[in-house]
Design a protein around this ligand. Sequence first.
Ligand SMILES: NC(=O)c1ccc[n+]([C@@H]2O[C@H](COP(=O)([O-])OP(=O)(O)OC[C@H]3O[C@@H](n4cnc5c(N)ncnc54)[C@H](OP(=O)(O)O)[C@@H]3O)[C@@H](O)[C@H]2O)c1
Length: 286
Amino acid sequence: MILFTGLTGAVGTEIIKLLPEYGIPARGLVRNLDRAEAIRQAGVEVVGGDLEDRDVVNAALRGCDRAFLLMANSRQQLELEKGFVDAAVKAGIGHIVKMSANGADSNSTALLKRYHGEAEQYIRESGLRYTLIRPNFFMQNMLHMAGSIVEEDKFYMPMRDGQVGIIDVRDVARFILDVLTKPGHEDKTYEITGPELVSFHDIADQLSEVMGREIRYVDQPAAEFKQSLLQWVPDDWYVETVSELFELIAQGSGALLNDEYIRVTGRAPTTLRQFFRDYSSFFEKS
Ligand SMILES: NC(=O)c1ccc[n+]([C@@H]2O[C@H](COP(=O)([O-])OP(=O)(O)OC[C@H]3O[C@@H](n4cnc5c(N)ncnc54)[C@H](OP(=O)(O)O)[C@@H]3O)[C@@H](O)[C@H]2O)c1
């Protein structure tokens, strides 16, 4: 039995879609019970509750031999991930797979990269067999830009000429399931990327081509970006941590390309053009 966290999120939603293909007994620790029925329908046993609740985590891990740990970016992220690892040790979990992020590093200038770096280190020192998955920038992040793309044919980000090895979340989900269910991935750390290195100007060009109209990337000064993000998400902590991540990308931290995805899954990663074709309805003018 494999315990999954985060099944209601971006990555988890794609894991749910793939699970029937893998035919593995799965359990989900689900906080938002409005989504529980859809998860059950995918054949997943649901344990309701919050990762903050140690009893719930212990109960969810009971009888499992493997676990997938994904935690949303939040102030509590590191503390909750460490708590989950402690509980996994106590439960005798044989293999833990953690969702990390590219550039995870306990000395990073970005808090969320430090959180991932420290959680990774905690897992390495826990005695558990582990796999750490560090994906590059998600293609699906571009869906958050759909509003201004539809209204103005522009999107505003502070990435300067920074490039990313942008990856489709659907591929991230497949990679996670392969690593959890196939042998040979214990005690490994994988930086995974999509098939091409692109700047945000390149992203705009590819989106323009797919949508058949000109869409421009506007390089926004970091201070302006923060102000506009604050209007959408009035949470200083969130805006600050996202800005730190984007500043790292502007400095080139996302410019990484490798063939780990194809090596592990035997499949070609989704191209950005294909992603835009599949999600074109998000960017269509009404
Ligand atoms: N975006 C990127 O480009 C990128 C790239 C590399 C790595 N990452 C990493 O990917 C992770 C985020 O993945 P995602 O985009 O799939 O996340 P997401 O869409 O934000 O979903 C987060 C999931 O965590 C659950 N959750 C949050 N707090 C919880 C709690 N206290 N107890 C139980 N469940 C809780 C949420 O449940 P609810 O539905 O109840 O809220 C949801 O299922 C982060 O660690 C991030 O650093 C992101």
